[in-house]
Design a protein around this ligand. Structure first.
Ligand code: G16
Length: 542
């Protein structure tokens, strides 16, 4: 074991989902090492403990894993489990931590951010429940990183990540595990594989899953093609590549455009889906319809009784605050609680552990349940397939019927990326300072009925998280939310979210931008956002 003297690196504060920086930042001497040692220091005595390590396979994944193993050996871990080739999707890592009762895991991913040597890298710590560390832990890691003076590393040989099996490094047993099998087995316990198999064998049901050259390819091939019998080639871009083949692995209508073109071709697919770099996000498309993630959460909640894993009912649901409020309407009808949490999957962990909720989701293409403690892209796809198979209807028909029964909640998110940090902060602070005076004021066609700065008190451990987004409510029930992203790596990303409920069936067929135009205009007139940050329009609209 070697003790290496080091200096704290500034800014090792985990954001919404771990520490995300450019690859070049992580490649600096001691940068990764400092963060990993800070995590280990927070864990305390590591002897006798079990650690899971894996990532989305992006550039620097394999090198980072070798460093982490050497540090785990020096810090006295009894056992390290690693996904073969360094691969573990984020939901699979959560599954493995839980199944093997590990003390936690280090997940290497920058999620949907671009990869390659000039792209992004990331690392996050998940606890023994398989979920992202809560804020108290990430704050403690940050504090530890600021006072770090040394780290511990051993000079044992690299582990052959390609070969399954157990080896000894120092006193630590290091096992390279099949990254797919445990996760695929878990999916078989949740869904009706026989029913989905029949759907996929139907001559008229064609589907594509876009792995975006990222981590979900091997999982989707195993589950959809091998276990469920979908035709070979159902999974496109199925090979995880270190640079994602130049693809931006963000499953939205822009970056998954090949899938979108297939859905709109002369012989359209009945169903299409895509996942992101680390496999926790999902985008779902039916023939002739894009299913907004907020609608998706609501529809899965309303249909959960059709899925074996949820047949006994849901204890409750949760959504992040900016997520469109479609699921609230379903929860009310079902008579189950609906929790509103800050952005970030970590805020669902306590509610899931306490059995207060069964399903949860976010507008940022994340949906999940109590089967693991991460959002889960392929799980959402299988859920949709199970519902389509059980109802014998197209995805579009299911969505339309849902709107008829529960009303449609229009939703959109406008992102302004790489904005000058000072300008972005000024506009957010400017609105925050006016929140108390807004009620009753008229902007465009709309009157403000309430405005606040969202704070959350965790009902399980009493922890408080404040300044989680500025909310403005209008007289027709519409809402606008503004916050700064906690996952970007360049400048500031300003996110503005809009939603509005429409119960009238005659007015449910509009384009979301058009339906929400009055609230979008009212918010712009209230904040002067575009002028203040020097933009004409959002960079990304979802
Ligand atoms: C992460 C978090 C999500 C969050 C999303 C967007 O997703 O896990 O909970 O909704 O970032 O966060 P922000 O708006 O702060 O950028 P992922 O898929 O990137 O890990």
């Amino acid at each position: 074991m070697k003790t290496i003297k080091t200096q704290p690196w500034p800014g090792q504060k985990p954001g919404t989902s771990g520490l995300r920086k450019k690859v070049a930042v992580f490649q600096q001497p001691n940068y990764l090492e400092n963060f990993v040692q800070s995590v280990f220091n927070i864990l305390g005595d590591c002897s006798g403990r079990r650690l899971v390590v894996g990532g989305d396979g992006r550039f620097f994944n394999a090198e980072a894993i070798q460093i982490i193993v050497k540090m785990a050996v020096a810090n006295g871990f009894a056992e390290v489990l690693i996904g073969q080739s360094g691969i573990l999707s984020t939901p699979a890592a959560s599954c493995v931590i839980r199944k093997y009762q590990a003390d936690g895991g280090l997940i290497l991913s920058a999620s949907h951010n671009e990869g390659g040597p000039d792209g992004d890298f990331g690392i996050k710590f998940n606890g023994a429940n398989g979920g992202p560390a809560p804020e108290a832990v990430t704050d403690a890691i940050y504090a530890a990183s600021e006072g770090l003076g040394e780290y511990y590393i051993s000079d044992v040989a690299d582990v052959d990540l390609a070969t399954l099996g157990k080896v000894l490094r120092g006193e630590t047993s290091v096992t390279v595990i099949d990254p797919v099998a445990d996760y695929a087995d878990l999916m078989e316990t949740v869904f009706d594989f026989q029913q989905i198999r029949e759907l996929l064998s139907h001559s008229k049901f064609h589907m594509r899953f876009d792995g975006m050259n990222a981590v979900t390819g091997p999982y989707a091939v195993e589950i959809l093609e091998r276990r469920l019998g979908a035709k070979a080639g159902t999974v496109m871009r199925s090979q995880p590549l270190v640079d994602f083949g130049g693809v931006h692995p963000d499953p939205n209508l822009v970056h998954a455009h090949e899938l979108v073109e297939l859905m709109n071709s002369d012989t359209p697919m009945a169903f299409g889906a895509a996942s992101d770099g680390d496999g926790d996000r999902n985008m779902v498309l039916g023939s002739g319809i894009y299913i907004n993630p907020c609608d998706s959460l609501a529809i899965l909640t309303a249909n959960a009784h059709l899925v074996p894993g949820y047949r006994d009912g849901l204890s409750g649901v949760a959504r992040s605050m900016p997520t469109g409020r479609a699921v609230d309407v379903v929860a009310k009808t079902l008579g189950i609680p609906c929790f509103e949490t800050p952005t970030g999957w970590k805020f669902f962990g306590n509610l899931l552990d306490a059995g207060k909720i069964t399903l949860c989701g976010e507008e940022s293409f994340g949906t999940g349940s109590d089967h693991v403690r991460e959002k889960d892209g392929l799980w959402a796809v299988l859920f949709w397939l199970n519902v389509i198979a059980a109802r014998g209807q197209s995805a579009k028909a299911i969505v339309r019927e849902h709107w008829l029964k529960f009303g449609r909640t229009y939703f959109t998110r406008h992102d302004y990326e790489a904005v000058d940090v000072e300008a972005a902060t000024d506009v957010v602070e400017g609105l925050r300072s006016r929140l108390g005076d807004l009620t009753g004021q008229v902007f465009g066609e709309m009157t403000v009925t309430a405005a606040d700065d969202f704070s959350y008190v965790d009902s399980i451990d009493g922890s408080e998280s404040s300044h989680q987004g500025l909310r403005v409510f209008f007289d027709n029930g519409a809402r606008a939310v503004m916050r700064l992203s906690g996952t970007g790596t360049a400048g500031a990303t300003v996110r503005v979210y809009f939603d509005c409920h429409q119960p009238d069936p005659a007015r449910q067929g509009a384009d979301a931008q058009r339906a929400l135009a009055p609230v979008i205009a009212a918010f712009e007139s209230m904040t002067g956002l575009c002028r203040a940050i020097g933009r004409e329009r959002p960079d990304v609209i979802t």
